[in-house]
Design a protein around this ligand. Structure first.
Ligand code: ASP
Length: 318
């Protein structure tokens, strides 16, 4: 794939053509999931470095790496020299010097990876940075919808819940309009961004309006770990006012697909009966995540960028 970025930080790093290419490659991989990658003269070495909790993203990348026949390094930030005050850049250059080709990084700090775009110390995939972006989640959601035969063009995609703190929501807002979807955000006022002239989404505080307009409903977890003490959401009332249950979905005159990036908080944004129903596609998202992440790994490893890391130091040789 032409010019695939060496640092995939945001959805905006990719063109529509590159995203279409990822969808096609993911489909091919789905048919042949053990998909060893050929790489000039060496077996690729790939590390994950998760500086925040993860179940799905970390493991699906790890499984993708194994299925591609690459060597996997689980870089544990907690026991690394990052804790001795080493910068992330020096840490990544160290991994590069040791032969690591690509690192998937999750950071609690929004935009932390932007500093690496100009001179990448290593190839990097953003595994989620603060409240900013989670591009591989949005891309796997798009892939899941395609594989489930759910069209986006002209459809209303409603993202419900803690929109303002959700990096997944932010990546979806950037991605979905490229495929002709209208984005509607639903939630309490504290969880919705302001609408400006440039906004490519609409907002509503009304759950019945959200249900009436939505063709696809995407639920978000309340991101408590990112709330400042100023935000006072009453969690006991949250489900009653902003959560969704099976009865609400069954009362509609349409089959409404329900997606969730996980982890879901049952009894908060989603009821127990809804998560166990046919409407819920969360497990399909997980199933499709590995194929899409394999396609991203292959595209980034094979992008032909030779300017990564540091050049051999020959200063003292002459
Ligand atoms: N797993 C997603 C993320 O890392 C969603 C969430 O945590 O609510 O952003």
């Amino acid at each position: 794939m032409e010019n695939f970025p060496s640092v995939l930080e945001s959805i905006s790093d990719l063109t529509k053509r590159q995203i279409d290419g990822l969808m096609e490659l993911s489909q091919q991989i789905k048919l042949r999931p053990w998909h060893p990658i050929s790489f000039p003269n060496k077996k690729p070495i790939i590390a994950t470095s998760f500086l925040e909790n993860s179940t799905r993203t970390k493991h699906s990348f790890e499984i993708a790496i194994h299925k591609m026949g690459c060597t996997y390094i689980d870089f544990i930030a907690e026991t690394s020299s990052l804790k001795k005050g080493e910068s992330l850049e020096q840490t990544l250059l160290t991994l590069f010097g040791q032969g690591v080709d690509l690192c998937i990084i999750r950071s609690a700090v929004s935009h932390e990876l932007a500093q690496f775009k100009e001179n990448p110390p290593l190839k990097i995939i953003n595994g989620g940075d603060g409240t900013h972006q989670h591009p591989t989640q949005a891309l796997l959601d798009l892939f899941t919808l395609k594989e489930m035969g759910i069209k986006l063009k002209g459809k209303t995609f409603c993202i419900a819940g803690d929109n303002i703190h959700s990096r997944v929501g932010h990546s979806l807002i950037d991605l979905l309009p490229m495929y002709g979807a209208k984005v509607l955000l639903f939630g309490p006022e504290e969880f919705l961004p302001p609408v400006t002239e440039e906004s490519n989404f609409e907002i509503t505080h009304s759950r019945s309006e959200a249900l009436e307009k939505a063709d696809i409903l995407y639920l978000l977890r309340v991101q408590k770990e990112r709330h400042s003490h100023l935000e006072s959401i009453d969690m006991d009332n949250y489900h009653r006012e902003y959560g969704f249950n099976l009865e609400m979905i069954e009362s509609l005159q349409k089959k409404l697909p329900i997606l969730h990036p996980g982890p879901a908080n049952i009894g908060v944004e989603i009821s127990d009966d809804l998560i166990h129903s046919q409407y819920y596609l969360g497990h399909e998202q997980v199933r499709h995540s590995t194929f899409l992440r394999m396609a991203i790994i292959q595209s980034i490893l094979q992008n032909g960028d030779k300017s990564i890391g540091f050049k051999e130091n020959t200063f003292f040789n002459n």
